[in-house]
Design a protein around this ligand. Structure first.
Ligand code: BGC
Length: 755
């Protein structure tokens, strides 16, 4: 027992470099803590973080300060023949040295939003629990679930020795082909901002830092190191930046990661507008800005324009925030006060989020079975039932013959590629699919849909066909009582989908199965929206995204009605690329160094707003999602509380089974002076028994009723009639609506009334 305690403490000491650890394990920890506080006032947990950071900063030498602003990559790389920092955790994303003399812990950084990722495979690469993709969690529209998922992955990070989790991706889904959409939370600033904030709060409940990213307008992967995102200030503040702003306000992440791309001419990590003006001044953000890995391009410009910490310096052309920064501070190109501010921000977040008071240790204590269930619950609410003709679903467990076709559904469910990939415990269910190297390997979590389906229908003969031989698959399909055809779209970091067409001829496969048997259910595992030329043939369609560690179980539970589907699309699914603001994706993956512009001419009219503006009907609208029961809305009323719009309405389960609904409030202005006809103003997720009703109350953020004014940095709400609707989705023509008269109102940049 004692040996084990000493071992754990010894590991904790190596990892956190806390000076109290130099004492023997027999020492009374309370006494050591008191001694530490007596000699080091900043170690006193009852002093506020800001003050503790000031006290500590005063004690630091220039070289010690420089250590904190300089991040190392955490993994050996053949590229550049590079060896990781010896103290970094193997296969990790990053490491920032601590200062043992002053009790400053090192920062151990891990990706990311789906769980504890590992960089590359090989000995020592860690495995863990994977949440479903971020877009799947967003599709649950369930803040509590997002929090619980964050708390779970944060606990795994802590137990594996990490105190900084690079999680909190909130780039708007402006571009449905973006290879990282699966890491993010969809196309609406309110939904994305709040869902990601809930996840960050869950992560940070483990006394570790979470990192909102990628700031900003990093909305496609093609050309991500070079592209220049063009967008005007007001449009950005009402779209991509608003999502970030909501997320920051609701969660206060310890850090924020600036992106690879340029924004209006300047790299995001040396962009005075983004970092100094918007983030640190207008939004009064007090945490620190870390660069993405390879996103630092200068010393003086980056430091003075707001970057606080260079990450994974080995990816940059040179170690900008090491010797060069020292020289720049010594000769005055970067003021000493600026360096102090960089360090203060880092220290403040470390104090505020608990890195000093709750040092991390590699305990390995993880209840993987319980964590898998957290992931499964998340997937169950994130999977979206897109179509269900003649109630083909739920399936009856007394079916005799079930044919399962395609996508390795006999053994597992697909994961997305890149730095966010969490390696499954025991390894991938499918090996050898290209690309084998980054952003590969292509991984399937070993949660077999087939096995889970068999458990729900123990009597049935469940057969599998890989789907590579159309004729053989169609023969099996024709003989079955029901066909479940799985299709995948693998995308990842650095790798956009060039088109929204399912790859590898899967459209033909689905079409052939549906032709062979009209009782065909399609299950999609995709990073984001795809087109569905076979939609009229398919009996039912489930969008399962990348469903994570418990994905197979979650899919089967929905197919058989053990779980009533309640996911709703966090992004519009277009009929075709021709409906998009950019029918062809900008940039060419064959010339990754080419510098080009992406002109976000649609401004703040992202996703459903664009479809509304243009009068396009998508394949499936934002917010769409079916259930095995039905819901009705009534009694919509409004009142003003301190000028803010409060809405209440009744939701009733009018069907025959228990279910969860996502009533959505949409706002529109009679003046027609918004970027698009309507905006999401709020939502709730409610569970109801058959016949049961609940009254939902929502307070609308006033910024969602206004237009941002760049010249005055204000939000202006015009005096006008506004239409308020409770709807099933953004295209719901049966929505319940009222008209509300609002007076003119001006709010500051944070959405507060100007007195
Ligand atoms: C990604 C970040 C990630 C970082 C560290 C970069 O390639 O863009 O999201 O956190 O690597 O792995």
């Amino acid at each position: 027992m004692l040996t084990r305690k000493i071992l754990v403490l010894a590991i904790a000491c190596t990892l956190s470099a806390v000076t109290a650890c130099s004492n023997s394990a027999e020492h009374d920890p309370a006494n050591s803590a008191n001694t530490a506080i007596a000699t080091r006032a900043w170690m006193n947990p009852s002093v506020v973080a800001d003050r503790r950071a000031d006290l500590l900063l005063k004690e630091m030498t220039l070289d010690e300060k420089l250590k904190l602003v300089f991040g190392h990559f955490g993994t050996d790389m053949a590229w550049k023949n590079f060896k990781k920092h010896p103290a970094a955790l193997p296969h990790s994303a990053g490491y920032v040295e601590g200062v043992a003399r002053l009790g400053i812990p090192a920062q151990f950084e891990t990706d990311a939003g789906l769980g504890v990722a590992a960089q590359g495979t090989g000995p020592g690469a860690r495995e863990g629990t994977s949440l479903p993709s971020g877009i799947a969690t967003a599709a649950s529209w369930n803040l509590d679930l997002a929090y619980k998922g964050g708390a779970m992955i944060g606990a795994e990070a802590r137990a594996t020795g990490f105190n900084v989790m690079l999680a909190g991706g909130v780039n708007l889904l402006r571009e449905p082909r973006n290879g990282r959409n699966f890491e993010y939370a969809g196309e609406d600033p309110l939904l994305a901002g709040l869902m990601v904030a809930a996840q960050i709060n869950g992560i940070q409940s483990n006394h570790i830092i979470s990192t909102l990213k990628h700031y900003a307008i990093n909305d496609q992967e093609t050309g991500r190191f070079t592209l220049d995102a063009k967008i005007d200030d007001a449009s950005a503040r009402m779209s991509d930046l608003l999502a970030m702003q909501f997320a920051l306000e609701k969660s206060d992440p310890g850090s924020i990661m600036c992106a690879y791309n340029r924004v209006n001419g300047y790299y995001a990590c040396e962009n005075d507008y983004l970092l100094n003006q918007v983030l640190k001044t207008d939004w009064a953000y007090r945490g620190y800005v870390m660069s993405d890995w390879g996103a630092t391009h200068s010393t003086v410009a980056a430091a003075n324009n707001g970057l606080d910490q260079e990450s994974g310096w080995e990816f940059d052309a040179t170690p900008y925030f090491s010797g060069a920064l020292k020289e720049a501070v010594n000769n005055g190109f970067v003021p000493q006060a600026r360096l102090n501010n960089m360090v203060k921000r880092i220290l403040r977040s470390m104090f505020d989020k608990g890195l000093f008071d709750h040092p991390v240790a590699v305990t390995g204590k993880i209840d993987y079975a319980a964590h898998a269930l957290v992931a499964q619950r998340d997937a169950e609410e994130g999977i979206v039932l897109l179509k269900n003709e003649r109630n083909l679903l739920p399936l009856n467990s007394s079916l005799k013959k079930i044919a399962i076709i395609g996508a390795h559904a006999d053994v597992g469910v697909l994961a997305g590629g890149g730095s966010s990939l969490v390696y499954p415990i025991g390894g991938s269910a499918v090996k050898g699919i290209e690309p084998l190297v980054w952003p590969g390997p292509v991984v399937f979590h070993p949660s077999s849909p087939l096995k889970a389906i068999q458990r729900y229908a123990p009597q049935a003969q469940v057969s599998f066909n890989a789907g590579t031989d159309l004729q053989a698959a169609a023969k099996l399909a024709a003989q079955a009582d029901v066909v479940i055809v799985f299709a995948t779209q693998w995308v990842g970091e650095a790798l956009d989908a060039r088109t929204l067409t399912l790859p590898s001829n899967q459209d033909a496969l689905i079409s052939a199965m549906a032709a062979a048997n009209p009782k065909t259910v399609v299950v999609l595992e995709t990073g984001g929206p795809v087109t569905m030329p076979w939609i009229n043939q398919a009996g039912a369609v489930l969008e399962a995204w990348y469903p994570g560690t418990g994905g197979g179980e979650a899919i089967a539970g929905i197919l058989f009605g053990a779980v009533n589907p309640s996911g709703h699309l966090p992004a519009s699914f277009p009929l075709a690329e021709s409906q998009l603001p950019r029918p062809v994706l900008d940039g060419d993956p064959a010339t990754p160094d080419a510098r080009f512009e992406v002109n976000y001419h649609e401004g703040a009219a992202v996703g459903y707003k664009w479809f509304d503006l243009k009068g396009y009907t998508p394949l499936f609208p934002f917010g769409h999602g079916l259930s095995y029961t039905e819901f009705a809305y009534s009694g919509l009323t409004s009142k003003l509380i301190n000028g803010d719009l409060q809405l209440s309405f009744k939701v009733t389960n009018t069907g025959k089974v228990k279910g969860k609904d996502v009533p959505q409030v949409y706002l529109s202005s009679s003046l027609n002076n918004w970027e698009a006809p309507k905006r999401l103003g709020g939502w709730d997720k409610v569970e109801l028994m058959p016949g049961e009703s609940k009254v939902v109350s929502l307070l609308v953020d006033p910024r969602l009723l206004g237009m941002y004014q760049s010249a005055t940095k204000t939000w202006r709400i015009s005096a006008a009639d506004y239409s308020v609707s409770v709807a099933r989705n953004a295209g719901d023509i049966a929505a319940v609506s009222i008209t509300v008269k609002l007076a003119a109102r001006t709010l500051n940049v944070l959405g507060k009334d100007i007195k």
